[in-house]
Design a protein. Structure first.
Length: 519
């Protein structure tokens, strides 16, 4: 049989046939008298397909082989270094990946190959993003985009906009992220890049306040990752779906998806994703009151975050440590940590400041310091107006306005408190106005602490101020559809058939009835 040509392997990979691409590349590598560039190119293609399948250790071996083969040939060494950087990112070795990406770009810029330089800049931009250098990743991605646009290279132009969108959302630049994601989406469709399309849909969901729209985007992203044959991407979407169900207050469902995501990440060696999802599951367990399980699992989580030594998971861990302290009634301890955390994010990660101010305001109110809580909420509202509210898993858009209302009410500034309550109620409705599944909508309104307090406060205040029922009871009169819960009922029936124990059946029935009814 004639070994596959590199172009044939690329077609297999682009159409989602990653296993066939790996087999074809392996067969081609066995051919005698391969040229160095051809040999290295085949290793590169196989490594990319291995990454798609989540076989990161195997991809790392191909990257090492590429480096050995490249020797001192500059163009080949740049290609090998970029592959190594991408593999290291997937293995969550982000500091090392950044150093390798910087080395690749320096070597590329010493030569005259503009295309190679553009790819080097894009590789650096993603490495900066993964290493938490979000402010640096934006101009790098913009530079890469300009180079690809000048070259008429649509596919990688779209991927540069994806990195841009991702970095902007980490900086809480909501509108800028959305604009870049929409551009990435259009370019991916134009170039027929299923992988780029999936990434663009996924990152577009980050800036989407409408939960129904976010669920649709994530479903579309999952389908695009399946078409592209990217198991790693499918795992990322599963994690983001778990966050969406957590946002609806359906923590048991969120935990179920989260545990699946953790298992996939651990199997792939994607330790950063494993740590992020483990932290999310632990905070949902805190919301469920399962504090003994949280304490039992915390040492392993803490050790995983420490071993990664990177900013994103450290910040998550600090958030969840504070959440646990508040759940256990240690308000003084939580406040001490919150103040230190606020100083840290203001100095190094200003995009996260709003998400620290929300629990700070709540803790100050629990301590009885309404004036300090008001100062925190005023700063938070200023940040929200300036930057928007990117999806982070740390709260809802209405949270800061609810605590602002509570602080004003405690200070007996009733008219201002009413204005803040109107803002909070309006933002709460934005999230579910297009969620036509009544059970999911009810869950959102009654299971999250802020919403559970906000709704009765709204009903009391709006009645006192004589609002007509069409405004006062708007949350009860949003349009519903029987089609959406029916689809979930069909899915429930399929999953019911897979259960094999009475205990699992009992838990399943309670969860499903709760979700379908919103009880």
């Amino acid at each position: 049989m004639t070994p596959s040509l590199p172009g044939d392997i690329a077609v297999l990979a682009r159409t989602g046939k990653q296993a066939q691409a790996i087999a074809a590349a392996t067969a081609a590598l066995a051919a005698p008298r391969l040229g160095k560039a051809e040999h290295l190119g085949l290793l590169d293609q196989r490594a990319e397909a291995l990454i798609a399948e989540g076989r990161f250790d195997d991809a790392a071996r191909d990257a090492e082989a590429m480096l050995a083969l490249a020797g001192d040939t500059p163009a080949l060494k740049v290609q090998a270094l970029m592959r190594q950087a991408l593999v290291l990112m997937r293995l969550s070795q982000n500091k090392q990946a950044l150093a390798v990406a910087e080395q690749a770009l320096a070597l590329a810029e010493a030569g005259r190959d503009k295309a190679l330089q553009a790819h080097g800049v894009l590789c650096l931009a993603e490495a900066q993003l993964r290493a938490g250098q979000h402010a640096a990743a934006v101009p790098s991605a913009q530079r890469a985009a300009a180079m690809f646009e000048a070259a008429g290279e649509t596919l990688h132009l779209g991927r540069a906009y994806w990195v841009m969108a991702f970095a902007q959302t980490r900086l809480s630049h909501n509108e800028a992220s959305r604009n870049a994601a929409m551009r990435a989406l259009a370019l991916a469709r134009q170039s027929g890049d299923a992988h780029g399309l999936a990434n663009a849909l996924n990152v577009l969901s980050f800036s989407c306040q409408d939960i129904a729209a976010r669920l649709v985007l994530l479903q579309q992203a999952a389908e695009a990752f399946d078409r592209a044959g990217y198991a790693y991407g499918r795992m990322l979407v599963l994690g983001n779906l778990s966050l969406a169900f957590g946002e609806l207050g359906l923590w048991r469902h969120a935990c179920r998806l989260g545990e699946q995501c953790i298992a996939m990440a651990e199997r792939m060696g994607a330790r950063l994703n494993q740590a992020l999802e483990t932290g999310a599951v632990l905070v949902w367990k805190i919301a469920l009151g399962e504090l003994a399980e949280v304490h039992a699992r915390w040492p392993a989580y803490d050790a995983l975050v420490a071993s990664l030594d990177e900013p994103l998971t450290r910040k998550d861990r600090e958030h969840w440590t504070i959440t646990l302290a508040l759940a256990e009634g240690d308000v003084a301890g939580a406040l001490k940590r919150l103040r230190a955390f606020l100083r840290q994010v203001r100095a190094h990660e200003p995009g996260l400041e709003l998400y620290v101010l929300i629990p700070l305001a709540r803790a100050l109110l629990l301590q009885g310091d309404a004036a300090a809580a008001l100062r925190a909420t005023q700063r938070g509202i200023e940040l929200q107006r300036e930057r928007g509210f990117a999806r982070t898993g740390f709260g809802q858009s209405q949270d800061i306005w609810w605590w602002h209302h509570c602080a004003l009410a405690a200070l007996e500034r009733d008219d201002e408190a009413w204005t803040a309550l109107q803002q909070a109620h309006g933002l709460m409705l934005v999230a579910v106005r297009n969620l036509h599944d009544e059970g999911l909508r009810r869950s959102y309104l009654n299971k999250l602490q802020v919403n559970r307090e906000l709704v009765p406060a709204w009903l009391r205040a709006s009645a006192q101020r004589g609002l007509p029922d069409d405004q006062r009871l708007e949350h009860l009169r949003l349009p519903s559809s029987l089609a959406d819960p029916f689809k979930r009922l069909v899915d429930s029936g399929l999953r019911l058939n897979q259960l094999r124990s009475e205990a699992a059946l009992h838990d399943f029935l309670i969860d499903e009835v709760t979700e379908l009814s919103g009880a």
